[in-house]
Design a protein around this ligand. Structure first.
Ligand SMILES: Cc1cc2nc3c(=O)[nH]c(=O)nc-3n(C[C@H](O)[C@H](O)[C@H](O)COP(=O)(O)OP(=O)(O)OC[C@H]3O[C@@H](n4cnc5c(N)ncnc54)[C@H](O)[C@@H]3O)c2cc1C
Length: 418
């Protein structure tokens, strides 16, 4: 049984999953967040637990696609010009990550995590009693036609090579499964192993309730830094208190590098802002999670309504969201579902913690043996929270981790293209 006093910074889905795993091992765990659990990026994601998400954002040839996305008013990607100078080092690493040899290694590292994602989630979901929030319906990836599917062959080829099965659907089957889908979409791929959640916010609050029931403590404070000595970090300093600790975990989402940098690990983390609209009475009959690879968005039939989520905006963490980008998602969703009614929709923006190779950092700090990192999950924080929590608990205990953690090291960007 663990006997350490552990501080976890961040009550998003990643921090709460790590805290639950650590508490289950018997440690005395305090989660510190300036917000209540699940109020930052983990609040409004698309809800997918995607066990075959192995394509990084950067891939061979991506550089040629970026201008087209940027100039498309409905496009999935945007930058704010004022943020471009700060973003350049990240972009350098991003393009380097798309070189073929590096890309192949990143895909393997993403696959190792994604394929283990349900193993990481299963005990948490069961013990937290939140099975009722998880749907195992599989996912339908829709394409305009077979040619569009063939043009997007890379992810499917990589999945096939890893034994991740899928079925192609023709127009008839697709219409049966998704009756309101526009007849412009005539081809699809169906993967039955994906799950989705009915409300990602309730997943985090469910974990938080479970954590408290196990005796864990959550405090609403802002961590300003750590006091460290020769044996590592000793105290987390917040705006209100000093929390003595034997170990600490930084799971502070898109803000994590602000803390890791002061502790000796500089990581090129950017906020990859995404948006959603949630439509309470959309009139769309949808029983599955639906992905639109062409439009780069997902449509999820959630408890609060139909959620349309996507887009990537690199604007810096401290800028206000441009909610017009959320409303663009309604226009795009009407291409899928022409009869969609949008009355009463709510809009939201969240900052995904994005590293240029789309792999998270799951590691021990370089200078402090009792400090651990769990951040940078980009588009997959919900998917990977469970397995990340499990790996963090293994790292803290000094047990051999269930996966080779070399690809997720904080120091992997040192000496690479900047
Ligand atoms: C539009 C959109 C759709 C998405 N869809 C999916 C999806 O379908 N499936 C999927 O797997 N992922 C999806 N994601 C990604 C997923 O939501 C994120 O990867 C995930 O929420 C990140 O979780 P986190 O716990 O690392 O960060 P967060 O949820 O942002 O939590 C970090 C917490 O740290 C706290 N914090 C930061 N600094 C400090 C400090 N100094 N002191 C105290 N507290 C601090 C913050 O207040 C915050 O609560 C989506 C994201 C977006 C934006």
């Amino acid at each position: 049984m663990g006997d350490k006093r552990i501080v976890v910074v961040g009550a998003g889905v990643v921090g709460m999953a790590a805290a639950c795993y650590l508490r289950r091992e018997g440690h005395e765990v305090t989660v510190i967040d300036r917000l209540p659990p699940g109020r930052a990026c983990s609040f409004g994601n698309g809800g997918a637990i995607s066990g075959s998400a192995l394509i990084p954002l950067s891939y061979p040839g991506v550089a040629w696609k970026i201008p087209g996305w940027l100039f498309d008013p409905l496009g999935p990607l945007s930058f704010r010009l004022a943020h471009l100078p700060a973003l350049l080092p990240w972009l350098g690493h991003f393009l380097a990550a798309g070189r073929p040899a590096r890309f192949a290694k990143i895909v393997d590292a993403k696959a190792a995590l994604a394929i283990s994602c349900y193993d990481g989630w299963a005990p948490l979901i069961k013990d937290a009693g939140i099975e009722n929030l998880v749907r195992h319906t599989g996912v339908i990836h829709v394409y305009r036609d077979k040619a569009a599917f063939a043009a997007d062959s890379l992810p499917w080829q990589l999945r096939r090579e890893r034994g991740l099965s899928f079925d192609e659907l023709g127009a008839g089957e697709l219409r049966q499964l998704v009756p309101g889908l526009s007849p412009d979409y005539t081809h699809a791929a169906f993967e039955d192993h994906w799950r989705y959640v009915l409300d990602p916010y309730l997943i985090v609050t469910g974990l938080a309730d479970h954590f408290r029931a196990l005796g864990g403590c959550i405090v609403h404070e802002e961590v300003r830094g750590f006091e460290a000595g020769p044996e590592g970090v000793r105290r987390a300093i917040t705006d209100r208190a000093r929390h003595v600790c034997d170990a600490a975990v930084i799971a502070a989402g898109a803000w994590s590098n602000r803390l890791s940098e002061s502790l000796g690990d500089r990581v090129p983390l950017e906020a990859q802002r995404g948006y959603h609209v949630t439509i309470p009475q959309s009139g769309v009959e949808l029983r599955h999670l639906l992905m639109d690879p062409g439009g780069k968005m997902g449509v999820t039939p959630m408890a609060p309504g139909l959620r349309v989520s996507g887009t990537s905006e690199f604007a810096g963490l401290d800028t206000a969201p441009n909610l017009a980008r959320a409303r663009v998602l309604i226009t795009k969703a009407r291409k899928l579902f022409p009869a969609l009614k949008a009355e009463g929709f709510t809009e939201w923006a969240g900052d995904r913690p994005a590293l240029p190779d789309t792999l998270p950092v799951i590691d021990r700090a370089s200078r402090h043996a009792n400090l651990f990192y769990a951040f940078g999950h980009s588009q997959l924080g919900l998917t990977l929270a469970g397995i990340t929590g499990k790996l963090v608990a293994e790292l803290v205990a000094g047990r051999p981790p269930s996966l080779d953690l070399a690809p997720y090291r904080a120091g992997r960007f040192r000496g690479r293209a900047a």
